[in-house]
Ligand binder design. Structure first.
Ligand code: BES
Ligand code: ZN
Length: 456
């Protein structure tokens, strides 16, 4: 594998320049105004993989963003097959959100690349792509068969890849699936995630009068929808931070003492939490540690509220409606559909007769628990030891990657959540960045992984 590592090191600057090109494309999947840009990113990736000598397909999805599938099966049917998953879409970003540099003009500063998607997920997935290239270019072949599947709607809750898995899953058949989308606490302590939370996202509109009214003429007689919404939302949690939706915790598996010990062994505590969030005091379920609350407990978050007048100056309005976007993070054994029904039933129960409700659904994703005692996990551990220079620890992740459950449960392929980012990379926020050193270590680690899998 030394020639592959040598190749990757000699091409380091070139690889980064290519990543910059990729990052320059604003592939924001949630915003229909960016559909053309998402397609441009898919085309860019298609060309890139083709130029590497892979067989590539751009799989169009009705009304949605395409999948990119690539393969190299030259190792033969006796050899292992590795499936690499990543997403080429990104979260929205505008400079007004607090960016110091334009989000789609990648900027290298003090050892980091700043751009939307730098770590989530273009930088991380591209590390695997470059590892494949390094091995292919330096050796003329790969030690195992490779399949790559990249989607363009992970950040917007799209389920087309899940549908593709249901209908064309056989094409993705592999011995292991590597997911290049995760984060570690420090560069010195790599992480393999052993859990992802599931998700249920929705919005509720509270409708009051048929149109905005003069608050002096009608205030005190019409139940203000913003107030009604606030009254409902205020009852979604108990004072102790737990979720008040009846039945919400019914299917949550209690943590065993061993699981709690494993979670406690992850080196991350309140001072890290304070530094990363800038918040002063933790909030939430007191009976659980911060790591447990993030990785092993379900939550309900209000992601946004809108209504009434919030422009410059002042307007004495009694608004006609109010909206809240709500999502739940779910843990193993919880069913997103069931949770959705419970949340809706509870909100209906809380709503006063003075308003009407309308619900909109934004999708669901199953939670995932990853098996760590499988042989291929040893290959991943070895890869980090060799490529990163340290053994990884297992950590339950708070975020969600909905398709992982489909890969694990529908395809029955073991998943390795091989993250290369840092918690502090600012994913989804302003000034998202990716460490240049970590990008190159990621390529090395991915090269080692391919050889370690082949060796097994
Ligand atoms: N990369 C994240 C998920 C993640 C974050 C994994 C941190 C591990 C550590 C992913 O791109 C993401 O943000 N997913 C969304 C999914 C949602 C929109 C359905 C999420 O978790 O909010
Ligand atoms: Zn993300």
């Amino acid at each position: 594998m030394t020639p592959a590592l040598d190749y990757a090191h000699s091409q380091a600057a070139h690889f980064r320049a290519q990543l910059h090109d990729f990052l320059r494309i604003p592939s924001v999947s949630a915003d229909p105004d960016y559909t053309v840009e998402v397609k441009r990113a898919a085309d860019w990736l298609f060309d890139h993989l083709k130029n590497m000598g892979l067989h590539v397909e751009l799989i169009e999805m009705a009304d949605r963003h395409p999948l990119i599938y690539a393969e190299w099966l030259g190792a033969g049917s006796d050899a292992k097959t590795v499936l690499i998953y990543g997403h080429y879409d990104v979260q929205p970003a505008i400079i007004e959100d607090g960016w110091d540099t334009p989000p789609f003009e990648p900027t290298e500063k003090e050892g980091f690349i700043y751009a939307r998607g730098a770590t989530d997920d273009k930088g991380q997935m591209f590390a695997h792509v470059k590892a494949v290239e390094a091995v292919l270019k330096s050796d003329g072949k790969l030690p195992c068969n490779i399949k790559l599947i990249f989607e363009g709607e992970e950040e917007s809750g799209g389920r087309h890849l899940a549908h593709f898995i249901k209908t064309h899953g056989k094409r993705l058949n592999a011995d292991v699936c590597v997911v290049s989308d995760g984060s570690m606490m420090t560069i010195d302590q790599p992480i393999i995630s052993n859990a992802l939370r599931g998700i249920m996202a929705m919005e509720v509109t509270v409708q009051g009068p048929t149109q905005d009214l003069h608050s002096g003429m009608y205030g005190g007689t019409v139940h203000n929808p913003l107030q009604a919404l606030a009254e409902i939302l205020a009852q979604l949690h108990h004072a102790d931070g737990s979720v008040a939706v009846p039945g919400f915790y019914d299917d949550v598996l209690p943590l065993t003492p061993q699981e709690r010990a494993e979670i406690a062994a992850v080196p991350w505590d309140i001072s890290d939490w304070q530094q990363e969030t800038g918040a002063t005091h933790p909030w939430g379920e007191n009976d659980f540690s911060l790591n447990e609350r993030i990785g092993a407990r379900p939550t309900l978050e209000i992601n946004g509220m809108a209504g009434g007048f919030y422009g410059n100056g002042f307007k004495t309005v009694l608004p006609a409606k109010a909206i809240a976007k709500i999502s739940c993070r779910l843990v193993a054994n919880q069913d997103p559909q069931k949770i959705q029904e419970q949340v809706i039933a509870y909100i209906r129960q809380l709503a006063p007769a003075t308003v009407t409700l309308e619900f909109k659904y934004h999708g669901t994703g199953q939670p995932v628990l990853v098996k760590t005692d499988i042989p291929v996990m040893q290959a991943a551990i070895q890869a980090y030891q060799r490529g990163w220079g340290a053994a990884p620890v297992f950590k339950r992740e708070g975020g969600s990657i909905p398709v992982v459950a489909d890969v694990q449960n529908t395809l029955g392929i073991p998943v390795i959540l091989m993250g290369f980012g840092l918690n502090s990379d600012g994913l989804h926020g302003p000034n998202e960045h990716f460490s240049i050193e970590m990008f190159h270590k990621a390529i090395d680690t991915s090269i080692h992984f391919l050889y370690a899998v082949a060796e097994q």
